[in-house]
Design a protein around this ligand. Structure first.
Ligand code: HPA
Ligand SMILES: [Zn+2]
Length: 337
């Protein structure tokens, strides 16, 4: 364990890009399959891990949607979420903003209320047990229609005051942000924050659409913004947070090697980049693993790490008091460690 790894572990952190279904560990998958009487196409945990070799986003999504078929009951969603919070507590993560893919469950006949109440109850318990504050984001699946997204937004009505906002994920290519202009306008009118995956595999124009047409508050990924200087300048001047996910980018072949990851370039350009795990069970690491692997690959300094962690809290929707408290702790730890 190097000193830098210890330093990373000691810092309080925020996670802003996490799909709760992507935290489903193979062991949990077997346990839930057993208790729900579901047959899995794998015999061992190792079989599952071996299957997690992806050539692109779609290859991952196919296994991700298949894996979540074991999530059936409110208790399953509770257990999934609570286990994730317990895991990131060990990483000294203090605040998390979580996406959930409601449509991937309701289209299998699971009640919306079971999904969201299982997750929300675990978030409440996680705050009581670990002191981790959190928000929940309803993410629309972009390979489905805008009409389907509208239906999902309607199902969420009893929970609007418990949602931070809406997001946009799943297969990016061929499903530009503009496809969801009206449902994002409606979400905005409801007072929800707006987030969208853009520029992970898709071109810079998708990032422009997320900004100009959807009017997002954060861009998820955004790596391909670097192909357009004017876009970079705009993201810098607007202080737009980009939720970058290094191990996800490696596993989905967005980069061929972490040594070629653009995170350091993004940081040096003045972009408000943050480090996140995306789907930690599928991509081989939780938040600290992401910081450690990218710090080693790019030879990041302590100042770089502190900047990344600060960007995470800056981009988070936390109360001012809570933000001040963690920022103060961050200042003390970065001076003394
Ligand atoms: O990284 C991702 N990209 C798009 N959709 C997703 N759904 C879960 N993870 C992802
Ligand atoms: Zn994602």
């Amino acid at each position: 364990m190097t000193q830098l790894h210890e330093f990373i572990k000691s810092l309080p952190k925020a996670e802003l890009h996490l799909h709760i279904e992507g935290s489903l560990e193979p062991e949990q998958m077997f346990e839930m399959a057993r208790r729900n009487g579901i047959a899995l196409p794998y015999s061992t945990v190792d079989d599952i891990r071996t299957a997690y070799a992806f050539g692109n986003l779609q290859e991952f999504l196919d296994l991700y949607y298949a894996g979540m078929s074991v999530l059936q009951t409110r208790q399953d969603f509770y257990d999934l979420t609570y286990a994730y919070l317990q895991r990131i507590h060990a990483d000294n993560c203090r605040h998390v903003e979580i996406f959930f893919d409601a449509q991937a469950h309701t289209e299998r006949g699971i009640a919306f209320a079971d999904v969201i109440e299982g997750i929300l109850n675990a978030l409440e318990q996680g705050e009581a047990d670990f002191g981790i504050t959190s928000h929940l984001i309803l993410s629309f699946l972009r390979h489905l229609s805008e009409e389907d997204a509208f239906k999902t937004l309607e199902q969420a009505e009893p929970y609007y005051d418990r949602l931070l906002g809406v997001g946009l994920d799943s297969s990016e290519m061929g499903h530009p942000p503009s496809k969801f202009e009206r449902v994002f306008a409606k979400s905005n009118a409801l007072g929800l924050k707006l987030f969208a995956h853009a520029g992970e595999e898709g071109p810079p124009i998708y990032v422009y659409e997320a900004l100009d047409i959807l009017k997002v508050d954060r861009i998820d990924h955004g790596n391909r913004s670097l192909e357009d200087d004017a876009l970079v300048n705009r993201l810098v001047s607007e202080g737009m947070t980009l939720t970058v996910c290094p191990l996800s980018n490696l596993k989905l072949c967005v980069v061929d090697d972490l040594k070629n990851h653009p995170l350091k370039t993004m940081l040096d350009l003045g972009l408000a980049v943050t480090v996140n795990s995306d789907d930690p069970s599928y991509f081989g690491g939780y938040i600290n693993d992401n910081y450690i692997r990218i710090a080693d690959a790019l030879d990041l300094s302590k100042d770089d790490i502190v900047k990344l962690v600060k960007n995470g809290f800056d981009g988070a929707y936390m109360s001012d008091a809570r933000k001040c408290e963690v920022m103060e702790e961050l200042k003390i730890r970065s001076c003394t460690t």
